[in-house]
Design a protein around this ligand. Structure first.
Ligand code: SF4
Length: 230
């Protein structure tokens, strides 16, 4: 089916953002490079990390201690994407290592997966001062690198943790309470939003809903044919 002009513009915008994320700031003229070829240029997470470098693309670089790139299995079936680093993550340079991180580890293990088997990243890679919410320009600057991580890993399922993760990945402003537990599509990858572990620490009565979402994820991993049916 032919694409309409808005879809073509949307595709072009994503492509340019992708190239910007790779550090490419000029384009060869009249080159119609198929998307597959572009993606095959991203070979490893190490290359994405190298492109990120000592990133100063947004103002968060001024206050961060370390860039928290992400960690885990480069071939993960399941990827978790949170909001951004907090104090402990900023100190250690690793995602989800504080109290919320310990809870996330338990959540992952609740479906019989070791933490090392999944990949964990955040919408932004540097800690916002006083753990404030990430701002739109920060999310926009950081997003191409997260998208490249996703394209390298090609997980079967992404679990979006909390409002900022779900709303950024799904390009929506719908509340997390309305998104959680539902299945969405991101470049052919299934996305299931659920509550952020930090939210669960403050609202333990909502853990049951996350448990329901995790059971759904476990089911989809066990039986991938369900994904096409949903
Ligand atoms: S948050 Fe992302 S874009 Fe901003 S400085 Fe850190 S790595 Fe760069």
């Amino acid at each position: 089916m032919d694409k309409n002009i808005n879809e073509v513009i949307g595709d072009l915008k994503s492509y340019l953002e992708y190239l910007k994320g790779m550090g490419i700031t000029s384009l060869p003229l009249s080159e119609n490079i198929p998307e597959k070829v572009i993606r095959s240029e991203i070979l490893t997470l190490a290359e994405v990390r190298k492109e990120l470098g000592d990133c100063k693309r947004c103002k968060l670089h001024r206050t961060r201690r370390t860039i928290v790139f992400g960690e885990g299995n480069e071939n993960a079936t399941l990827m978790f994407i949170g909001e951004g680093p907090g104090y402990d993550e900023d100190v250690q340079g690793r995602p989800f290592v504080g109290k919320a991180g310990q809870l996330l580890t338990k959540i992952i293990e609740s479906i019989n997966l070791p933490r090392e088997e999944v990949y964990i990243a955040n919408i932004i890679k540097c800690r916002p001062p006083q753990n404030r919410n990430p701002e739109p320009d920060e999310i926009q600057s950081c997003n191409p690198f997260l998208m490249n991580q996703i394209r390298v890993i090609q997980p079967r399922i992404i679990c979006a943790l909390g409002t900022f993760s779900a709303q950024t990945l799904l390009k929506t402003d719908t509340k997390i309470s309305a998104l959680r537990g539902k299945l969405f599509d991101l470049e052919g990858i299934k996305v299931i939003p659920t509550y952020h572990p930090a939210f669960l620490l403050r609202n333990p009565e909502r853990k049951r809903e996350v448990w329901e979402d995790m059971k759904k994820i476990a089911e989809l991993i066990k039986n991938p044919t369900l994904m096409t049916e949903l």
